[in-house]
Design a protein around this ligand. Structure first.
Ligand code: SAM
Ligand code: FES
Length: 348
């Protein structure tokens, strides 16, 4: 029997947009999945073929001045083990990553003011001088436009900052009063203006999230028009105020990924670690629903467990080479291929 939602899927593919009431159907209904995922996979293959870009993730600090209620490395989590990587540790990660074929290094961490602008600039500058053929992506949270400009000048060309939720009421339920959605959005627009390739996104299934919130998230992304969109399933951490909450739904996350692929055909969409944590095949399923990037961990093995954003995070026991090998196999088995180029967004 033909799926009655096929015309909506087709309209989303052609027009990259859909009225909210039809979007709601695609988000909510699991009987649209097989058609939705195959339409998204088709679009991704038209633009990126079977290529999957890899980014080496270096989680360089677990200190954070923020207190997001969902996050395992929030300031008030006294059980969190804190660490900072030295410049030398970071360069060792890059060296290993380069030899494994990575051409993008993502420096991610909590909002840790120990790393002043000049410290960040010198790390970025060092990586770019030793590996001029690699892109440096930063994911350090909210800083001033001046700081972002200085990192850009030092050689960083991409920045990941999920907006987390575009709805003010929902934002307030996930963050303490000293944090501001307005500032987060402002940061995203200044990053774009400076010239970064910008990644934004949100968690699916975060506490109190409603279908209207998800629609606002999608509408916000349409305004921002980011190069990368990171969608992770929300996963509970035992030492946060949300410790009694359920994890988000993997299938809902996959439907959102597929919708975003149809809406943003050229976007870089990672199959995130959170998806691989909530389901053993989560990342492969995300690739089949339109994702085209993976971000394996390059952090030193002795700190991996300390960067615990949520419980049971995968890939904390494997060496970088093992992660690389394991992912390559998973990607091939899913019918795609790892590409070791710098992997810029295709806008043609
Ligand atoms: N401090 C930077 C920032 O705020 O963008 C980067 C680090 S932050 C830990 C990276 C991402 O982890 C956040 O954008 C959030 O979406 C995700 N995250 C945090 N807690 C999570 C949880 N419990 N489940 C799933 N993802 C989570
Ligand atoms: Fe700062 Fe999560 S609260 S990284």
């Amino acid at each position: 029997m033909t799926n009655i939602f096929l015309p909506y899927i087709d309209s989303l593919r052609k027009n990259h947009d859909l009225p909210c009431e039809f979007l709601v159907d695609l988000i909510e209904r699991n009987d649209v999945e097989s058609d939705l995922f195959s339409a998204a996979d088709k679009v991704r293959r038209e633009i990126y073929g079977t290529d999957v870009y890899i980014r080496g993730l270096i989680e360089f600090t677990s200190y954070c001045k923020n207190n997001c209620y969902y996050c395992g490395i929030r300031r008030d989590n006294k059980n969190a083990q804190r660490y900072r990587l030295s410049n030398n540790d970071i360069m060792i990660c890059c060296r290993e990553g380069y030899s494994l074929g990575y051409r993008t290094f993502v420096l991610q961490g909590g909002e840790d003011m120990f790393y002043t602008d000049s410290k960040i600039c010198s790390i970025v500058y060092k990586i770019k001088s030793e590996y001029p053929d690699c892109a440096v992506t930063l994911s350090l949270g909210e800083r001033s436009a001046e700081s972002y400009k200085s990192f850009f000048k030092a050689g960083a060309s991409r920045y990941l900052l999920r907006h987390e939720t575009a709805d003010e009421g929902h934002y307030r339920k996930l963050h303490p009063y000293e944090m501001s959605l307005e500032n987060r959005k402002k940061c995203l627009f200044s990053l774009k203006e400076i010239g970064y390739q910008v990644g934004s996104g949100f968690m699916v299934g975060s506490p109190y999230q409603t279908i209207d919130n998800l629609i606002s998230d999608i509408r916000f992304l349409q305004k921002l028009d980011p190069d990368m969109i990171g969608i992770g399933t929300y996963i509970t951490h035992k030492d946060t105020p949300f410790s009694d909450r359920e994890n988000g739904d993997i299938y809902l996350s996959l439907r959102i990924i597929a919708i975003l692929r149809l809406m943003f055909p050229h976007a870089l969409i990672p199959a995130t670690t959170a998806l691989g944590t909530v389901h053993p095949q989560g990342r492969e399923m995300a690739l089949k629903a339109g994702a085209n990037v993976v971000m394996p961990n390059l952090s030193p093995i002795n700190v991996r467990k300390k960067y615990a954003l949520y419980d049971n995070k995968i890939c904390t026991d494997e060496e970088s080479a093992q992660c690389r090998e394991c992912l390559e196999k998973r990607i091939c088995d899913a019918g795609y291929r790892v590409v070791t180029s710098v992997g810029d967004v295709r806008r043609d």
